[in-house]
Ligand binder design. Structure first.
Ligand code: ATR
Length: 281
């Protein structure tokens, strides 16, 4: 019988996951289909119950349901529980188990660029949901430090206090982070600043950036944000958000099928959906 996979979100029309996963199912000759469902908060409980009742094999969860889904599941793995957000659910023998592949997806993308978190001094810019997944994942990788810079200092401090993995972080204002920028080996921009249509904006002054640093932005629309543009001009290595998106999807696909898929194929697929641009930074 054809297996059903899905993504639940609100809105969901923009999601690139259905085309990306359906291409993989067809490429690996797996008899399955992946569908997007727009589900509002009031209907989330019924939607999850329905997917379980009809035996859906797994699904993704996106904004705004990544936290609210947790009490509706039968279990959640340790990393997802500590982050407090699930983006991937697997039907394991009739039980719905939640995972977070966003943080691990970022890490795998970083490793694919020959970089890592181990032994690095890292700056995370922003303290929202995406920052949380990335910070908790990197904190487990033996970095020298992971500091958090945020417009609202108290939110960065809360994030640091919530992290169960290690105790090596400072909360910084964006101005202070900008002044100390040369200290960091790896700088990760996790806010929505610079995302289309507000492409001229950027969160941090890069005047003090070292050209030895690597700079990542989790935004992929545009492929090169103003932040990445300035970092590239400064001579730093840069990485856009395509990798995190592709690798979170690859890790979800692996949990559902046991196959770690061809990420280059996925990247091409996503770039095509974004308008046929090939530039990956
Ligand atoms: P997500 O879940 O997608 O990560 P979020 O939880 O809304 O998004 O978090 C957004 C992040 O972007 C926060 O760190 C936010 O800073 P505050 O904690 O001060 O709100 C940051 N952010 C959003 N707009 C910003 C702006 N115009 N200037 C500076 N920081 C901004």
């Amino acid at each position: 019988m054809k297996k059903l996979f899905a993504v639940l979100g609100d809105p969901i029309g923009h999601s690139m996951s259905p085309i990306m996963h359906n291409d993989l199912f067809s490429f690996y000759q797996i008899d399955a289909h992946y569908l997007p469902f727009q589900v509002n908060g009031a209907n989330l409980h019924d939607a999850v119950k329905g997917l379980k009742a009809i035996g859906a094999a797994g699904f993704n969860v996106t904004v705004p349901h990544k936290s609210k889904i947790i009490p509706l599941l039968d279990g959640v793995d340790e990393l997802a529980a500590s982050i407090g957000a699930v983006n991937t659910v697997v039907n394991e023998g009739g039980k719905l188990i939640g995972y977070n592949t966003d943080g691990p997806g970022f890490l795998k993308g970083l490793q694919a660029y020959g970089s890592s978190a181990a032994g690095q001094k890292i700056l995370v810019v922003g303290a929202g949901g995406a920052a949380r997944a990335i910070y908790f994942t990197l904190a487990k990788e033996n970095p020298i430090a992971v500091d958090i810079a945020n417009r609202t200092l108290a939110t960065a401090s809360e994030l640091i206090n919530d992290c169960p993995y290690g105790n090596f972080s400072k909360a910084l204002t964006l101005d202070v982070a900008g002044i100390n920028l040369a200290e960091y080996d790896l700088i990760i921009q996790t806010t929505t600043i610079g995302m289309s249509p507000n492409t001229a904006e950027q969160p941090l002054n890069l005047n003090n950036l070292s050209q030895q640093s690597m700079v990542c932005d989790i935004i992929y629309n545009p492929l090169e944000t103003q932040f990445l543009h300035d970092a590239r001009i400064k001579g730093a290595r840069i990485q856009n958000g395509i990798d995190m998106f592709v690798y979170q999807g690859a890790l979800a696909f692996e949990k559902w099928t046991g196959i770690f898929p061809d990420v280059e194929r996925m990247r091409e697929n996503v770039l095509q959906q974004l308008g046929g641009k090939k530039k990956t930074c």
